[in-house]
Design a protein around this ligand. Structure first.
Ligand code: GDP
Length: 428
């Protein structure tokens, strides 16, 4: 029985959703701990194909209690649409709970997100424009609206009075944009509160009770480690902490209760939005990988930049998160490659480095040093045991584990639930 953080180990989109959907068969609680509807987990299972932005990927197992933790920022419009979509496919949400302490994404957040991004000009971060960053800003500014406030009209009205006045100053005087209507927002969000009331709870207490009972718990990350606000490739990062360290604060659990951290790595690397990417493949090589891997954003549809596996970043991520084990996803996407490269170091201004520079200027100048392995040029999507993989694929997986520095426990060879090779017991 254990508490396992499932963490994106690269720049997000590693396939955490499909791994959590699988692991949820053995869990009792799944808690999403950070991010908002800027993240999108694609899950393909017997219920259908889903792009979950807020609801934890454990929702398909009716025995699992799914929690949207205090560290998440919740856009009620997206959440309600997701609940409706799940219901339309026969997936119930009676076991879905939202932290009363989670902050709410408000209409002015999305407006400001777009205006701020425009104002950055060529320093644009490439945000999804959904208001997630500005919602976290308000949390830190101490003017955020929390789920608990949506249930209490008097508090909601009072808080909105202050914050809407503040936002309208910003909108009209700084950006020359029209103001928002505080009364309309109050009515709309009060109604969301009424609809979501039965899901709102003290989820930290629920989680702690589950842990005390010795239940298997998954802490579900959004985005990925290299987008971490502190440790990622700042400023091209997200506004929260997707790392294992962030999982405790965002779920409401003490760090001593976390038993394991499972890192989810793609067998290659992708990145959405701007920022340095040493192993990026441009031109037809990158396009081929993008097409075979269907590398288009689950939330925005934006094409993802694709490149070879970067072991420098992978080690950085493994150490930062303290990974005990890893899952490698999308191995099948490499099936047709005649030769596969892995970046094992960088050449930076004539020196060889194997760490990630904090300076973006330096990171942009890092040139990958590659080792090359032969490809397998055979399909792997049907394989269910490691010994049945082509020997070149077995060697590639083993080499990734060696470079990352921890055991590979899962290898995914396709997007459906059964396309998985299990090498270890994640719950210990
Ligand atoms: P997440 O946010 O980390 O859950 O990742 P996304 O859902 O944004 O992106 C992962 C995409 O890869 C989804 O479309 C999955 O269906 C797909 N996927 C996951 N694992 C595999 C795999 O092993 N092989 C293939 N071909 N696709 C996969």
């Amino acid at each position: 029985m254990s508490v396992v953080a499932v963490v994106g180990a690269q720049w997000g989109d590693e396939g955490k959703g499909r791994i959590i959907d699988l692991l949820a068969a053995k869990a009792r609680l799944v808690v999403r701990y950070q991010g908002g509807s800027n993240a999108g987990h694609t899950v393909i299972n017997p219920f259908g194909t889903f792009r979950l932005h807020l609801v934890p990927a454990g929702i398909f197992n009716p025995d699992v209690v799914c929690i949207v933790g205090n560290g998440v920022v919740v856009d009620p419009t997206v959440l309600l649409a997701e609940i409706d979509e799940l219901a339309a496919h026969g997936v119930g949400v009676a076991n879905l709970f939202l932290s009363d302490r989670a902050h709410v994404v408000m209409p002015y957040h999305a407006i400001l997100d777009r205006l701020e991004e425009e104002a950055r000009g060529d320093q644009r971060i490439g945000t999804t424009g959904r208001g997630i960053g500005p919602a976290y800003v308000d949390k830190v500014l101490r003017v955020g609206i929390r789920m608990v406030d949506l249930l209490d009209p008097a508090t909601l009205r009072a808080k909105l009075k202050t914050v809407v006045a503040l936002k309208n100053q910003l909108l009209t005087r700084i950006y020359g944009a029209p103001p928002v209507d505080g009364d309309a927002i109050f009515e709309e969000y009060r109604a969301y509160g009424a609809r979501l009331a039965r899901h709102v709870a003290d989820t930290g207490a629920m989680l702690q009770r589950g842990v005390a009972r010795g239940e298997n718990v998954i802490l579900e990350g959004g985005q990925g480690t290299l987008l971490d606000l502190d440790h990622g490739t700042y400023p091209y990062v997200t506004a929260s902490s997707p790392t294992a360290g962030g999982s405790c604060a965002g779920a409401g659990i003490g760090p001593t209760r976390l038993d394991r951290a499972l890192g989810v790595f793609k067998a290659y690397v992708t990145r959405v939005g701007a920022g340095p990417f040493p192993t990026e493949l441009t031109g037809t090589a990158g396009e081929a990988l993008r097409e075979r891997g269907s590398e288009y954003g689950a939330t925005t549809g934006r094409p993802r930049r694709c490149g070879w596996f970067d072991a420098v970043l992978a080690r950085y991520s493994a150490q930062l998160n303290g990974f005990d084990a890893v899952a490698i996803t999308k191995l099948d996407v490499l099936d047709e490659e005649p030769a596969i490269r892995i970046c094992t170091g960088y050449r930076l201004d004539g020196r060889v480095v194997d760490t990630v520079p904090a300076s973006l200027a330096e990171f942009s100048r890092c040139e990958p040093i590659y080792e090359e392995m032969p490809g397998w040029r055979r399909p792997t999507g049907h394989v269910r045991a490691i010994a049945d993989l082509p020997v070149e694929a077995q060697r590639y997986v083993a080499r990734l584990g060696e470079l990352i520095g921890c055991p590979v426990e899962l290898v995914s060879v396709g997007c459906s639930r059964e396309q998985i090779i299990v090498l270890g017991e994640v719950f210990g």
